[in-house]
Ligand binder design. Structure first.
Ligand code: CAA
Ligand code: FAD
Length: 380
């Protein structure tokens, strides 16, 4: 057992911290207010290798491990969870899915651009009537010989209006249930593909969330990923890794709020002393620190499992469940420690509190993580 980061991991963490402080922090309040997608910053994150963190360098990636990915996600999320969700989706849902299951031709054509940040990707599973219940897809892809004809609606799609490449999960044979589901690469310029209005959200307002419409989109046969019928398993396997990214995002939001609350509590005076000298505040800080460290252990364990080639379906679900609850609980406490100042934008904690909520919802709600964990506990 070794709880120490390597020198290389510390360097990666510090580089991400530095980028978050110098590049993400300056405009974060304005981007949140205006729902402004950070296009220029996405380019810079691509240049730093943050959009293809775990991708093999032969496809243009940074060739780092999952621990590095978690460290980068945590540091970015301390400052701007809207920027970090772009990183998370591109890395663990799109790049991972293509690298693990795509053909060599698909990797050369798409992964090389996604890993460098030349392209941004989106992952399209959810539908108006199929969120948690992901096998009840209504989007269809009918085999027409040399192509599939894609029809349907996907909603809540992150990077929806900004992506170049969309991985779309659709039914090819309803009678086969989840074994009749496939995944397709759709390019933004394909005829019949439409981007709906942008969602006006509570949090992660700088990220871009849209409903997408597919009306008779002709998807070439070679754009189906993996064997016929593998689409649902593709989604589940990809999401197991994605949940590590979102757990790290939640960890970052919680740590960011904790660091701000700690600093504020040592500066703000009430009743003749710093508020950190009041035990009620000191105990809040103790609880925050303890819960954040507990969440960190679970996030690191899931990343470690993935790097070791062990099964990480359950450890990633546990990490996401715990870290997202810690983020929600302690961003509320960080606002409380800031008193009235916590309620205004310039102190940042109200944004972190709003951003925390989504980590309990996307990439599988907390209830869904409990289904995954309890099935594993009962099975094993
Ligand atoms: N890996 C491989 N296969 C898996 C798997 C995994 N992790 N999990 C399930 N499967 C397989 C099962 O073995 C089964 O296959 P067989 O019949 O061959 O054994 C098949 O998939 C169906 O599994 P279940 O019977 O368990 O399916 P279910 O209908 O009970 O659903 C679920 C399981 C875990 C609830 C799943 O539907 C789920 O994860 N729902 C949540 C959806 C979700 O996370 N959406 C996120 C969208 S992306 C997103 O949100 C991105 C973002 O915000 C940024
Ligand atoms: P529902 O499935 O309708 O759930 C409603 C409530 O019922 C929840 O509390 C849920 O936990 C509970 N529930 C449902 N089933 C059960 C059960 N069996 N047991 C106990 N409780 C249950 N999706 C994508 O595909 N790609 C994306 O990029 C993406 N980005 C997103 C970005 C944002 C900002 C948001 C808000 C969502 C995004 N999603 C994305 C969708 C997200 O994954 C879904 O919202 C989520 O999976 C929940 O689905 P739902 O909203 O349909 O809720």
């Amino acid at each position: 057992m070794n709880f120490e980061l390597t020198e290389e991991h510390k360097m990666i963490r510090d580089a991400a911290r530095d980028f978050a402080q110098t590049e993400l922090l300056p405009g974060v309040i304005e981007r949140d207010e205006k729902q402004h997608f950070p296009k220029e910053l996405v380019k810079k994150m691509g240049d730093l290798g943050f959009l293809g963190i775990m991708v093999d360098p032969k496809y243009g990636g940074s060739g780092m491990d999952t621990i590095s990915y978690v460290l980068i996600m945590e540091e970015l999320s301390k400052i701007d969870a809207s920027a970090s969700v772009i990183v998370s989706v591109n890395n663990s849902l799109v790049c991972y899915g293509l690298e693990a299951y795509g053909s060599e031709e698909q990797k050369q054509k798409y992964l090389t651009k996604l890993a460098t940040g030349e392209f941004v990707g989106a992952f399209c599973l959810s539908e108006p009537e199929a969120g948690s219940d992901a096998t009840s897809q209504k989007t269809t892809a009918i085999d027409k010989g040399d192509h599939y004809l894609l029809n349907g609606t996907k909603n809540w799609i992150t990077n929806g209006g900004r992506a170049d490449i969309y991985l779309v999960i659709a039914q090819t044979d309803r009678d086969k249930g989840h074994k009749g589901i496939n995944v397709f690469i759709v390019e933004k310029d394909m005829e019949g593909f439409h981007v709906g209005p942008k969602e006006d959200k509570l949090g992660i307002r700088g990220s871009d969330t849209h409903t997408l419409q597919f009306n008779d989109v002709k998807v070439p046969k070679e754009n189906r990923i993996a064997d016929d019928g593998f689409g649902f398993k593709f989604a589940m396997k990809t999401l197991s890794g994605g949940r590590i990214g979102i757990a790290a995002q939640a960890l970052g939001i919680a740590s960011g709020a904790y660091e701000l609350a700690l600093k504020y509590s040592k500066e703000r005076k009430a009743f003749g002393t710093e508020i950190s000298n009041h035990q009620a505040i000191a105990f809040k800080l103790a609880d925050m620190y303890t819960d954040i460290e507990a969440a960190r252990m679970l996030v690191m364990k899931a990343a470690f499992d993935k790097d070791q080639g062990a099964n990480y379906d359950t450890s990633s679900a546990m990490a996401k469940l715990k870290a997202s609850d810690v983020a929600m609980k302690h961003t509320v406490e960080a606002v409380q420690i800031h008193g009235g100042n916590g309620f205004v934008k310039e102190y940042h904690v109200e944004r972190l509190m709003r951003d925390a909520k989504i980590t309990q919802i996307y990439e599988g709600t907390s209830e869904i993580q409990k289904i995954v964990i309890s099935r594993s506990v009962l099975r094993d």
